[in-house]
Ligand binder design. Structure first.
Ligand code: SAH
Ligand code: SF4
Ligand code: F3S
Length: 471
């Protein structure tokens, strides 16, 4: 039993991070023969990609996937801690699984992901959810085959918790089953060292560790060989890429090298305004396959709140960077905003609205502040009522939607390249995304799926576009 510990999770030891190669023990290869697994994933792209690796490991162990819980021999929840409602969903799911387990005691149940790294969550599992077979953390994904084998061999074994708070080694060559045949996630940096005061990620994902450039480039080259059209380079803070590993190689350099692989489309997520260099702006401008799309979370338009959040920039410096990016023709810029941070006044909130009026974002994710266990912001006094916060969120969303619609309207009548991903939920239509990450539903032949095609935009909605294929 190894439980998480926040003291350890805070330490950024600067010890050398080891790079290891994934190896599946021969004894584990047949464990899943004739057995099915069900996986439920919550949270961000990082978690989605972890689930692709989990599926890869399970496939290597001879499991097949079940799309329903009821038919599965193994159920795994890959959880998210970012806000309270993510928690509630996962605990609600555990409640449903408990009933299944009562009927079928041989069912194996596991929990992993960010919630596994939380001290309070582990205490609750130990108290109320002892039917879970095992828990592992974000830093030891590669322990899954061993833990799962132990559970199948001895189903009566009591709840086993193996969660390490210190960041793990980097494991290369993890097996993977990707969701898409056309676009792929590629991790470039793990963890986060920023410690924004509201955010739990630096505790759940550990210290910042960049992957070696040669490993990233090898992965992208293989994706090109397999016919992939798009890669998204992933990290909690991709702009910090390389800082822990190189003295003269940063995200901008990595993007140039990835660009040379000739993959048609490159995105990167998520950028922190603090580490966004001039060189990076130039690289986006000068490379056709580095898409004109930047997600640049601002969080608040009030300098007082930004300071309390520990964001390390001001609204003035953010605007300066924003203007530089906007000067790139046809760029799309999106953001994240939190309302109701502890102590946020009406005036602070109005400054956020002002900033949105200035930036006219192409779209944005907006959230009501959610206090997270052990974070500094959760200890700040907060006198704003939930009603007032909900009202602010509503007002903000109205404004965000207005600018999204405006940016979509500007596209009507023009032709854009769209990577076709499959059939749309709208009957008889296909769907895909533009270079600027706008969702388009359009009429076109099935043969377009998996290809980058030219689509004329006919109509703009708030959250999507309708069009028809022209080439
Ligand atoms: N590493 C990325 C993404 C972090 S999570 C970044 O720093 O941009 C995605 C978004 O969730 C954040 O940008 C923030 O807007 C929101 N978020 C994070 N912690 C939150 C909290 N405690 N309450 C509400 N929203 C939060
Ligand atoms: Fe992703 Fe953050 Fe959720 Fe972890 S807490 S899964 S990093 S969104
Ligand atoms: Fe890191 Fe982003 Fe939080 S940069 S501290 S995860 S908001």
């Amino acid at each position: 039993m190894q439980v998480p510990n926040y003291e350890e999770a805070r330490i950024r030891s600067r010890q050398e991070v080891l790079v290891k190669s994934f190896n599946l023990d021969k004894d584990y290869e047949k464990i899943g023969l004739g057995k099915k697994f069900f996986i439920k994933t919550y949270g961000c792209q990082m978690n989605e990609h972890d689930s692709e690796n989990i599926k890869g490991m399970l496939k290597a162990m001879s499991f097949t996937e079940s799309l329903t819980m009821e038919k599965a021999d193994f159920i795994i929840l890959n959880t998210c801690s970012i806000r309270e409602n993510a928690h509630n969903k996962a605990f609600g799911m555990l409640g449903r699984i408990k009933h299944l387990k009562e009927k079928r005691p041989e069912l194996v149940v596991a929990l992993c992901g960010c919630m596994a790294q939380e001290v309070g969550v582990i205490e609750e599992i130990l108290k109320k959810y002892r039917f879970v077979n095992f828990v592992f953390g974000t830093n030891n994904l590669n322990d899954l085959p061993r833990l799962l084998t132990e559970s199948f061999k001895d189903i009566k074994k009591t709840l086993n918790i193996e969660v390490y708070s210190k960041e793990g080694d980097i494991i290369e060559d993890m097996p993977v089953v990707r969701e898409s045949k056309y676009k792929a996630y590629v991790n470039i940096i793990y963890g986060c060292d920023k410690f924004c005061t509201y955010c739990i990620v630096p505790y759940t994902r550990g210290g910042q560790r960049s992957r070696r450039k040669e490993d990233i480039l090898k992965e992208v080259r293989e994706l090109v060989k397999d016919g992939y059209q798009e890669v998204t380079l992933l990290g909690q803070n991709v702009n910090a890429y390389g800082k822990d590993l190189y003295t003269d190689y940063e995200l901008a350099d990595l993007l140039v090298d990835v660009s040379k692989t000739n993959i048609p489309r490159i995105r990167f997520l998520t950028s922190h305004p603090w580490d966004f260099t001039e060189k990076l702006v130039e690289v986006i401008k000068n490379h056709d396959n580095i898409l004109n799309f930047v997600h640049l979370p601002v969080q608040s338009g009030s300098n007082r709140i930004l300071k309390l959040m520990g964001r390390r920039y001001t609204k003035e410096s953010y605007k300066k960077l924003y203007d530089k990016l906007r000067s790139i023709p046809n760029i799309s810029i999106t953001t994240d905003i939190i309302v109701g941070f502890p102590g946020e006044t009406k005036e602070d909130f109005e400054e956020t609205l002002e900033l949105v009026n200035y930036c006219k974002y192409d779209s944005a994710f907006t959230f009501i502040y959610s206090p997270r266990e052990n974070t500094p912001a959760s200890k700040l006094p907060d006198n704003t009522s939930l009603e007032a916060k909900e009202e602010r969120l509503y007002q903000l969303n109205e404004l965000i939607n207005k600018y999204s619609k405006e940016s979509n309207l500007k596209m009507v009548g023009n032709v854009y390249e769209v990577l076709t991903e499959g059939y749309s939920t709208k009957e008889g239509m296909l769907f895909g995304y533009t270079e600027t990450n706008k969702l388009v539903n359009f009429k076109g032949p099935t043969a377009a799926i998996g290809k980058i095609v030219k689509v004329k935009i006919l109509e703009a909605k708030s959250f999507s576009l309708d069009g028809e294929i022209v080439e």
